[in-house]
Design a binder for this molecule. Structure first.
Ligand code: SAM
Length: 216
């Protein structure tokens, strides 16, 4: 959500807000896999994966290309439509099931070997702690939860309210309150990522990476 141009309106539902956001341009994201996510998942054995807030499908397609059977979820039908086109163009549509959910209200059925939430942020209603707890519950024994958050708003993201919270990785994990005996902390850290600002100038994005493995 780092470069949101859409200002949230108090009476917008999440679906209205995100449809408006995706409606502003034909494409919002790069279509490529998130770099930190790819680095974490590259060595895992493919199985079933759930992508929460899949956006335009860059991560879901990358997973499918590596043999994962993917369920990809978003609140925006526009985003899901673009992700479906991307999957079709990369010939992996048969490996991805797309589902539209407002994850604050409903969650996909089933269990998964990998659950991903990449930049699952919103300036409108989003029950993140509950969604991430649902994700933890939906992991198989030995499964991996990969959450990557923006650690802070970039200075050029003028439309994000100045008081919008960007919790640290430890604060996110404290909200999840998962029993330590059942969960291995594989990686919990804040990392810089090279990128560019809207003018194309080099810019370092700061991400919080949380990788947890559910013990058998
Ligand atoms: C900042 S974008 C990140 C998209 C993608 N994961 C990525 O890394 O490119 C957040 C995504 O979460 C979705 N989202 C926001 N609130 C949601 C909700 N309540 N239920 C489901 N998806 C939601 C948005 O539609 C958007 O696609």
């Amino acid at each position: 959500m780092s470069t949101h141009e859409t200002e949230p309106s108090a009476d917008q539902t999440p679906k209205e807000y995100w449809e408006q956001h995706y409606g502003e341009r034909e494409r919002i994201w790069s279509g490529r896999v998130n770099a930190n996510f790819a680095a974490v998942v590259a060595d895992l054995t493919p199985g079933s994966a759930l992508d929460l807030g899949c956006g335009e499908g860059g991560d879901a397609v990358w997973l499918a290309q590596r043999g994962w059977q993917v369920t990809a979820v978003d609140v925006s039908d526009t985003a899901i439509g673009r992700a479906t086109t991307l999957a079709h163009d990369h010939d992996v549509l048969d490996r991805i099931v797309f589902e539209q959910h407002d994850l604050s209200d409903s969650f996909p059925h089933g269990t998964f070997d990998l659950i991903s939430a990449q930049f699952l942020h919103s300036t409108v209603r989003l029950a993140r702690p509950q969604i991430l707890r649902n994700a933890a519950d939906a992991l198989t024994g030995g499964g991996t939860l990969v959450v990557v958050d923006h650690a802070e708003a970039p200075p050029f993201a003028k439309k994000i309210p100045h008081d919008h919270p960007f919790p640290s990785a430890e604060e996110v994990l404290a909200e999840l309150d998962l029993p330590a005996a059942q969960w291995e902390r594989v990686r919990v850290e804040k990392v810089g990522r090279d990128g560019a600002d809207p003018d194309g100038q080099p810019f370092t994005w700061w991400d919080n990476i949380m990788v947890l493995r559910r013990r058998d």
